[in-house]
Write a protein that binds this ligand. Structure first.
Ligand code: NAP
Length: 290
């Protein structure tokens, strides 16, 4: 049970009073007759970028289910993000949906501004999950395909982590989890842009972990293999069949299987001693690279 996060996030939580917003939201949900909402949603404030769909959605729900106050960021899918927030509330957490473009530093600033306006407590957890693919072979890759992926998947992670660190280092507490990919470790044809971004995220994670450790802020990355989502739904069937042969567990992963590890790294007291690492959730496709 991960509810022990309260001991870890004592600065952000314990003796500080539960905000009026949290109380009123919990009450309004409990009035609707949901017993889960009788728990007070006063867990850490968690930002999940790209929380409207796929892995981000599963991560947002996993954190919300532990009573966290989750900022569900999205680019275009407003209705999907609002639905995630409603589901979080039904699980006893709290949340808001915030549209912001993670490929643009101005969008990242607006996300952190909206978070500070919504919750008095500082952000305790940042999950850098938003990501895109623009796959093609190197010789065909246009500058826009390279730049779009680098801006979203690499630059976005840097600027969001920098914004979170400004708050977390001051509070001497916080956890940053970056969703990388096994492609950033072993490469993949057609994904030079994606591999460069994800490999960069893994290196950035190590550097930030060393910089922030003295102030009690831990930084880790998670490298999924092939996970069922809109992103992998785009893959041609022939490629899926080929990929499947190289996955020892013989199947794609589920978003919830990635979310389970993220929840552990974000909330579990014992994860306070893990920093700078990149852990695979990959059915064994990249054994030996952890
Ligand atoms: P997905 O289903 O395509 O969802 C992508 C999410 O990112 C959506 O919530 C989307 O928001 C958001 N997003 C995209 N660009 C954004 C931007 N500029 N600003 C803000 N939000 C943005 O992808 P997924 O498969 O869940 O992947 C999530 C993460 O896991 C990515 O970083 C991906 O690289 C990584 N990953 C996935 C796999 C896999 O097999 N699925 C494997 C390894 C790593 P909208 O809904 O508004 O578009």
């Amino acid at each position: 049970m991960l509810a022990a996060w309260s001991s870890l996030f004592s600065l952000a939580l314990a003796p500080s009073p539960v905000s009026f917003r949290s109380i009123s939201r919990a009450l309004s949900v409990s009035r609707a007759g949901n017993p889960a909402a009788l728990r007070m949603a006063a867990g850490p404030v968690c930002i999940v970028t790209g929380g409207s769909r796929g892995l981000g959605r599963a991560i947002a729900l996993a954190l919300g289910g532990e009573g966290c106050r989750v900022v569900v960021n999205y680019a275009n899918s407003a209705a999907a993000a609002e639905a995630v927030v409603e589901e979080i509330k039904s699980l006893g957490g709290d949340g808001i949906a915030v549209q912001a473009d993670m490929s643009d530093p101005a969008g990242i600033n607006s996300l952190f501004k909206a978070t500070a306006e919504a919750y008095e407590d500082p952000v305790g957890v940042l999950v850098n999950n938003a990501g895109i693919t623009r796959d093609t072979l190197v010789l065909r890759m246009k500058a826009s395909q390279w730049n779009d992926v680098i801006n979203t998947n690499l630059n976005g992670v840097f600027f969001a982590s920098q914004a979170a660190a400004k708050v977390m280092l001051k509070k001497r507490s916080g956890r940053i989890i970056n969703i990388a990919s096994v492609v950033g470790k072993i490469g993949n044809p057609g994904q030079a842009n994606y591999a460069a971004a994800k490999g960069g995220v893994i290196g950035m994670t190590m550097s930030m972990a060393k910089e922030f450790a003295a102030r009690g802020v831990v930084v880790n990355s998670v490298a999924p293999g092939f996970i069922q989502s809109d992103m992998t739904d785009e893959l041609p069937e022939a490629l899926i069949a080929e990929v499947m042969k190289s996955i020892p567990l013989g199947r794609f992963g589920k978003p919830e299987e990635v979310a389970g590890l993220v929840k552990y790294l974000a909330l579990d007291p014992s994860a306070a001693y893990i920093t700078g690492h990149c852990l695979n959730v990959d059915g064994g496709i990249a054994i030996g690279t952890c």
